[in-house]
Design a protein around this ligand. Structure first.
Ligand SMILES: NC(=O)c1ccc[n+]([C@@H]2O[C@H](COP(=O)([O-])OP(=O)(O)OC[C@H]3O[C@@H](n4cnc5c(N)ncnc54)[C@H](OP(=O)(O)O)[C@@H]3O)[C@@H](O)[C@H]2O)c1
Length: 241
């Protein structure tokens, strides 16, 4: 299997590092450092093209350069479906820091077919789960909400904690234990005024926050009350707004 990796962004950098840790050779091309002539030469040597480029460019790039390619073209987007391109979405966040081999090998991939993942990456033993095309939009929205949204919330809170001279380590320990407890018992781990139904404290919290964060807090309270009303059949109270 000769892979040609396209791109030099976050995912391309991680894929390159992972495959090199596995001892899997790779041809590389990115538009910053290589010519179109170079792309043609490398394409002629490749069986599998890995398009690690931004979602909006994937279809156009395939149409421009791989229309007549006889091998397999792959992308890594969790939300995009393009006919003729196979999709393997690593359910992971890839930032500037590289990971070690043990961690890369534990990353799950979403794929239309587990068998196809094995055929295209025979040397990789990553766990794979099957995801139908029609479910990709919801799946990706869930990835964004569960992985990215908490970070947006943490950024806002950390900044305010810093203003109060609360050490980042103290916040880190608190967040770590919240995640650990949540993963151990997702339905039972919530604590705090929402879990207790402590209306007075919720109102004090909202009053203490800057306007935009207060709106976010209110949105969570509304979601929480509506969800519980639906699950438990209890009337929804919107007394906080
Ligand atoms: N980052 C993650 O955590 C993550 C996780 C799972 C899946 N993914 C998926 O992985 C893919 C790549 O994401 P990323 O986070 O690596 O993005 P990124 O860091 O923003 O890198 C995007 C790459 O695409 C290249 N590119 C953009 N437009 C192009 C074009 N028209 N022709 C050729 N190259 C072009 C960029 O080249 P220049 O530098 O020259 O602009 C850059 O190398 C996406 O499909 C994304 O959905 C990302």
């Amino acid at each position: 299997m000769t892979y040609l990796l396209i791109g030099s962004g976050r995912v391309a950098t991680h894929v390159k590092h992972y495959l090199s840790l596995k001892g899997i050779p790779l041809l590389e091309w990115n538009r910053k450092n290589h010519s179109i002539e170079d792309l043609r030469e490398k394409t002629a040597q490749a069986d599998t093209v890995l398009l690690a480029i931004k979602d909006g460019a994937i279809r156009e790039f395939r149409d421009a350069h791989f229309k007549d390619f006889k091998g397999t073209v792959v992308h890594f987007s969790g939300s995009l479906s393009v006919e003729g391109i196979e999709s393997f979405h690593p359910l992971m966040t890839f930032g500037p820091s590289l990971y070690d081999l043990d961690f890369y090998e534990r990353i799950y991939f979403a794929a239309a077919s587990k068998k196809r993942f094995k055929e295209i990456f025979p040397a990789l033993s990553n766990p794979v789960f099957e995801l139908m095309d029609k479910n990709k939009a919801l799946y990706h929205a869930l990835c964004v909400m569960s992985g990215n949204f908490p970070q947006i919330l943490w950024q806002a809170c950390l900044q305010k904690f810093e203003e109060l001279n609360v050490p980042q380590e103290a916040v880190g320990l608190y967040l770590e234990k919240n995640l650990e407890n949540f993963l151990a018992a997702p339905g039972k781990s919530l604590t705090g005024p929402l879990a207790r139904g402590d209306t007075a404290t919720i109102e004090k919290n909202i009053d203490a926050l800057p306007a935009r964060m207060a709106k976010l807090y209110q949105a969570f309270v509304k979601y929480f009350l509506d969800r519980n009303a639906k699950t438990l059949g209890e009337p929804t109270s919107h007394c906080f707004f």
